[in-house]
Design a protein around this ligand. Structure first.
Ligand code: SF4
Length: 449
């Protein structure tokens, strides 16, 4: 079969499957007005979380004909490497249909670090890479990671765990890679540049690294500090150049006057005189608190820092779509995300924002369907226990002056005072009394907002 024939047969398959997707909201969506005149000319970015709501949003936008490849429109999914395998299957299917059926590029990105010299010192700097929608293996080095590698690289790079007040995972694994990707994408080039030195091994030196830690007023004992840094230093020291067309069959030349003259060097910039774009997020009408927060931010509210040039649209909320309607929509399809909503397995499997009871439900669901391939991956609670122990902060070892009470002198994913941890979750065996002590730690995960 020629390449063209393969492409045509893929398109046919996609269209056949898409015919089964009813898009009852497309008419309402077409009638939606842009908030500001001229917004229809700006590139549209769909922030795809891998969940059912963002899946519905994506196909409504596509069915309504609101996405255009030549304008620079694009769909982006940020892989944390800690999602459930069913989520990756769903993302892969959505990507395939979006590209083959509608010709809109859909990229999977991952956080990664690389080594470069800054102020005459070697450092690990953050960036992103493009990955294929097939799992990483020794024979598929450009596939997506799914064994927690990306998540641990970020923990090792930062040297501590995120918590509900310091969402370093959201900012580094999701927001940062999206912005970095968009800077390359809106530069309308064919590929990303190589980043990092050409050495065969890491150029970071133990003594220099530790000296820098002390200079920046760190207190972590040397052996613990170097142990935490070992993982990130074992990761690739460079990012190769990557051609967009190798990661999306729908990548094609962009022709949008709004993107012209908006580059600084090789990359586009945001802010005064820079690129403006629309970001489409799948928040529903029943998610009032999250919707309000995003709207405040969009209006220049207190959280607006770091989102220059981004104008957020929440079409599902605007046309009144609720969770029940999202579920009803997917129940009618012959394919979809094969996770039960009540198990709470979307996003990072054991995300600390799911709260004690939510995490217990996650654990019960994963344990009952445990497969050998889950071992030592984020689908295994033990993986979370170990990374929390490794990257959590031992205040006694750091000789910290502790002014307010900190349970067990340890700060992990659950903050300072709750006393909850993945170890406690493992030991609770679902005991209601034990879990109810920590029930207040529930917060909605709003990673992609
Ligand atoms: S889903 Fe939870 S653990 Fe994962 S990046 Fe978001 S906040 Fe962090």
């Amino acid at each position: 079969m020629t390449k063209l024939a393969v492409r045509e047969s893929q398109n046919l398959r996609a269209v056949q499957e898409l015919n089964m997707i009813e898009a009852p909201y497309s008419d309402k969506m077409r009638a939606l007005c842009y908030e500001v005149s001229g917004h229809d000319e700006l590139p549209h970015v769909v922030k795809f979380s891998g969940g059912k709501s963002s899946g519905l949003l994506l196909f409504i936008l596509l069915e309504a004909g609101l996405l255009k490849a030549e304008r620079g429109d694009v769909v982006v999914f940020n892989n944390t490497s800690a999602e459930h395998p069913a989520t990756y299957d769903f993302v892969g299917r959505c990507k395939e249909l979006t590209e083959a059926g509608y010709g809109i590029p859909f990229f999977l990105t991952e956080f990664q670090t690389y080594e470069d010299a800054r102020n005459r010192e070697w450092s690990r700097l953050p960036t992103y890479r493009l990955v294929h929608p097939t799992p990483w293996s020794e024979t598929n080095l450009d596939g997506y990671h799914w064994r927690g590698e990306v998540f641990e690289e970020m923990l090792s790079w930062k040297g501590y765990t995120p918590n509900q007040f310091k969402r370093t995972c959201t900012s580094n694994l999701k927001l940062g890679p999206t912005r970095a990707f968009l800077k390359d994408w809106f530069a309308c080039k064919q590929h990303t540049e190589r980043l990092g030195h050409f050495g065969k091994s890491s150029r970071l030196d133990d003594d220099e690294l530790y000296e820098r830690h002390i200079r920046s007023r760190g207190n972590v004992p040397r052996d613990i500090f170097l142990w935490k840094k070992a993982y990130v230093r074992s990761r690739p020291a460079f990012r190769p150049p990557q051609r967009f067309a190798d990661y999306s069959q729908a990548a094609s030349p962009i022709s949008n006057p709004h993107l012209e003259g908006k580059c600084f060097g090789d990359v586009a910039f945001f802010g005064v005189g820079g690129v403006d774009y629309l970001a489409f997020v799948g928040l529903r009408n029943d998610e009032k608190r999250r919707v309000m927060r995003v709207r405040q931010r969009n209006a220049g509210g207190p959280d607006s820092v770091g989102y220059e040039g981004e104008h957020v649209y929440l079409p599902l909320s605007d046309i009144g779509v609720t969770k029940e309607e999202v579920d009803a929509f997917w129940e009618k399809q012959t394919w979809g995300l094969s996770l039960h909503a009540e198990d709470g397995l979307s996003n990072c499997t054991y995300c600390f924002l799911k709260g004690a009871r939510g995490l217990h439900r996650v654990h019960a669901a994963l344990e009952s369907g445990f497969q050998k391939s889950f071992e030592n991956t984020p689908c295994d609670l033990q993986w979370w226990v170990e990374i929390e122990e490794k990257y959590g902060r031992d205040l006694e070892a750091e000789k910290r002056d502790i002014r307010s009470p900190v349970a067990d002198n340890f700060i992990g994913f659950f903050g300072t005072q709750s006393g909850f941890s993945y170890q406690r979750l493992a030991q609770s065996h679902g005991d209601e009394a034990e879990l109810s002590r920590f029930a207040n730690s529930v917060l909605p995960c709003d990673c992609t907002d």
